[in-house]
Design a protein around this ligand. Structure first.
Ligand SMILES: Cc1cc2nc3c(=O)[nH]c(=O)nc-3n(C[C@H](O)[C@H](O)[C@H](O)COP(=O)(O)OP(=O)(O)OC[C@H]3O[C@@H](n4cnc5c(N)ncnc54)[C@H](O)[C@@H]3O)c2cc1C
Length: 399
């Protein structure tokens, strides 16, 4: 093959479809599962689609990506939503973003939050800490940190929390004392949603339908049930646990680097760095009851609850019922008869040293015409819209 693509999630499927649109048909995808879509797959549970990789919505903010995706699943097959999400703190549901909606608490709590923001290290000129949890307190003040951000992140990242770096936190909004005070006085949020402010979700199917259609467009060029576990960088050969052997002049890797048992030809120092790439696993569990809220999803920092988020299927997939919970594998509870699915690879983690590992790994691999792409190939916390954009760009560069 001219292009051998490892993994048929959004990254692999987009790259392959871009090749096809350019008139290139000399490619093959190898996929471990028996269905396309990776973390964005959906299956049928209790009468409707359930996103087994957790609640997935399509952000509107990349028009070129949205146009590309609507080419497979037209606009009229999607519902449009303005985000309505909440955070459950101290027995109250506060609108997201939390720091912009503190006015929804009673006056005495607003005063506690405001004075804690006024004391925050970044406001009083303290040096920027290096540890994640210290940094959160420095940036947001101890009350937002202790009531929301630290317990929520403890639940999300489990035992890996102490290993996280701070280099990726610049995307957190600045919390200004003046803005927060103004929003408390005016009783309205001072800031917009930082992400997913407006989104699409399929009218009839789960998010997985999008990727199933993309796979259908590839006319059988995906081999399913093939667990890639070895690569030879000199001969450009990839082997699977099932005994398959495939050759590609250019290899696009979208699977986790830890999946390779053998990396023939790669310098030992790079091989040794791969186990230091960390991830979390997340269980999705269906609960067959509706909740009395209009929210699309709710965050739960409360440490006494195992899950960190509830996605309200009945408010997003209109006409369906039920909700699902999302829980870090460190915290799951014994089976209770409800449908559940464990995503072994859910979140790639921004641990200390990761940027240096990935920069060396990807740089060396590129020199061998092996290209890391997507959430796992680049080990970045990418959403699907960004993954699609990057796959489109890489296809433009390489083909
Ligand atoms: C809980 C959760 C919620 C999310 N919510 C959103 C959201 O609302 N909106 C959004 O846009 N994005 C969301 N994302 C992110 C989204 O899932 C990713 O951006 C997207 O799936 C990345 O696509 P990918 O192809 O890079 O990776 P993946 O989807 O993980 O695809 C990788 C593929 O490689 C295959 N594979 C793995 N190992 C092997 C192997 N050894 N051999 C062969 N194949 C293999 C996998 O089976 C999979 O098909 C969410 C992610 C999570 C975990």
């Amino acid at each position: 093959m001219r292009f051998l693509i490892l993994g048929a999630g959004p990254a692999g499927l987009t790259f392959a479809n871009c090749l096809k649109r350019k008139g290139i048909h000399d490619f093959l995808l190898l996929e471990a599962e028996h269905d396309p879509g990776g973390l964005c797959r959906s299956i049928h549970v209790d009468g409707s689609a359930l996103d087994i990789g957790g609640g997935h919505i399509l952000d509107v903010r990349r028009p070129e990506v949205v146009r590309f995706l609507f080419g497979f699943m037209p606009r009229e097959e999607w519902n449009y939503f303005v985000r309505d999400t909440t955070i459950h703190v101290s027995g109250k549901f506060i609108s997201h973003p939390f720091e912009a909606n503190l006015w929804q608490f009673d006056t005495s709590r607003q005063v506690e939050y405001l004075s804690s923001i006024a004391r925050a290290g970044c406001v009083t000129g303290q040096p920027e800490p290096e540890k994640f949890t210290d940094w959160i307190t420095w940036k947001l003040g101890d009350k937002i940190a202790n009531d929301y951000m630290i317990p929520y992140n403890t639940k999300m990242f489990g035992h890996e929390l102490p290993n996280l770096g701070t280099y990726w936190l610049n995307k957190l909004p600045d919390v200004s004392f003046e803005d927060t005070l103004r929003s408390c006085l005016d009783h309205q949020a001072y800031a917009k949603q930082p992400g997913h402010a407006e989104f699409y979700y399929p009218v009839e199917h789960g998010y997985g339908e999008m990727w199933r259609r993309m796979a259908d467009a590839l006319d059988g060029r995906i081999l399913y049930g093939q667990h890639v576990d070895a690569i030879d960088f000199d001969s450009h050969t990839v082997r699977t646990a099932e005994g398959g052997e495939y050759h590609g002049s250019i290899i696009i890797n979208t699977i986790p680097w830890r999946e390779f048992r053998e990396l023939h030809g790669m310098p030992e120092t790079l091989k040794d760095s791969i186990p230091r790439l960390k991830h979390t696993s997340v269980q999705v569990k269906y609960i067959p009851h509706d909740m009395d809220t209009k929210a699309h999803w709710i965050y739960y920092p409360d440490l006494s609850l195992s899950y960190h988020r509830i996605f309200l299927r009945h408010n997003v997939l209109l006409g369906s019922k039920g909700v699902w919970t999302e829980t870090n594998a460190d915290r799951i509870e014994p089976p209770d008869g409800n449908f559940s699915y464990m995503n072994k690879y859910a979140y790639p983690l921004n641990t200390i040293g990761k940027p240096e590992i990935m920069s060396s790994l990807l740089g060396w691999c590129r020199g061998k015409d092996v290209h890391g792409l997507g959430r796992w190939g680049e080990h970045e916390h990418y959403n699907s819209d960004l993954t699609v954009e990057l796959a489109m760009k890489l296809a433009d560069t390489l083909a």
